[in-house]
Ligand binder design. Sequence first.
Ligand code: IMP
Length: 433
Amino acid sequence: MSTVVIIGSQWGDEGKGKIVDIYTEYAEDVVRFQGGNNAGHTLVVGNETTVMHIIPSGILHPGKRCLIGNGVVLDPQVFFQEAEKLKAKGYFQNDAQLMIDPAVHIIMPYHRTIDVAREKMAGQRKIGTTGRGIGPAYEDKVGRRGIRLGDLIHPERFAEKLREALPEKNFLLEKFLGEPPLDEAAIFDEYRLYGEKLRKFLGNTAKVLHDSIAAGNNILLEGAQGTLLDIDHGTYPFVTSSSTVAGGACTGTGIGPCSIDAVIGISKAYVTRVGEGPFPTELKDETGELLRREGHEYGATTGRPRRTGWLDMVALRKAVQLNGLTGLALTKLDVLNSLATIRICSAYRCDGKLLSEFPTEIGVLQRCEPVFEEVPGWQCDIRAVTDLEQLPPASRDFISKVEKMSGCPVVLVSVGPRRDQTIQISNPFRSKG
Ligand code: IMP
């Protein structure tokens, strides 16, 4: 009945895992369409926390089909580690619950090594990547020399592709990056086994999704990272290497744009960023520290402390436009509980001019100073509130302000990490029947 895309509206880590988990209840299929194990989607079920890096978050719901679409880059080592952990916890008991597209590109050991070595070499100019080989894997995809899952499962084809790729990688590693070369036979032996084990998950995910849409099913597309990390529209070069915006859900799955019914952007009530790059509303003071402490703002993938700052409506307006957002899910509102006043960035000031649009040029963005509006805080605990009407007036006003300034309705508010700490205002899935 409905195909709904979930997108990060900021620089990632907006709490997508929890929202996907909640919306999974209404969907038959849950699909990852871009990125790889640079993502860390945290889900809290009861007292148990599970962090998903590559397998769609829907896997925690038995009976829901999970798909990894063609736009994803997959590290088999990480995939099997994650699958084992899930199985040990009692999830993912049936392998038929997951399907992976043969066009998925494989993250190879040289991708990881090159990613880390390049960052080391860049020193101060580093991007602050997760070091998972994401950029180098997408480079090979676009350079038409990547190894896809469909290659990995055929040992002869895989051997040939590896033999073609490795000399260039080893040249780069040894002669330019000063790293030891990698051994072809060792990689082949390890990855051939992964290919064998992955074979049973292989399936034409685009076809499955087309059939599922035709059958009237609900589909949930699970974005990773965030709009401002998009390879085209983000704060380039401080971005990831995939299309994190809603358009990526189409290219990364093969679903046509007209089949998308709703796009929900996830935004925290403040902003965080991991890695380098401009961040106009960043706080480097005690309030920034409070947001980090109260929001547990440490990377789910790398453990790095996240940079924190006030909610940036200039950036959020851009996310609304780029993704065609039909609704916002506002997360971590409770993290602001203790603040007497809260700031919201309404515009930037750059070279003496007031800007209401997010600049496309990084040099301009780097010079932008935030212009804030100040609103009163609510200074009480809202973590048990499940109904919009029960929220203190100041927090309701905050939500209304976000709606007004972004031009997008808030459809869900999250007031804590658990499933039950959620206020659902409207449901993006049309009811069936
Ligand atoms: P990469 O995706 O590992 O190449 O990293 C590129 C940039 O994206 C770095 O600034 C990372 O910190 C950031 N990044 C990648 N994945 C995530 C994520 O899931 N959440 C937040 N930031 C991310």
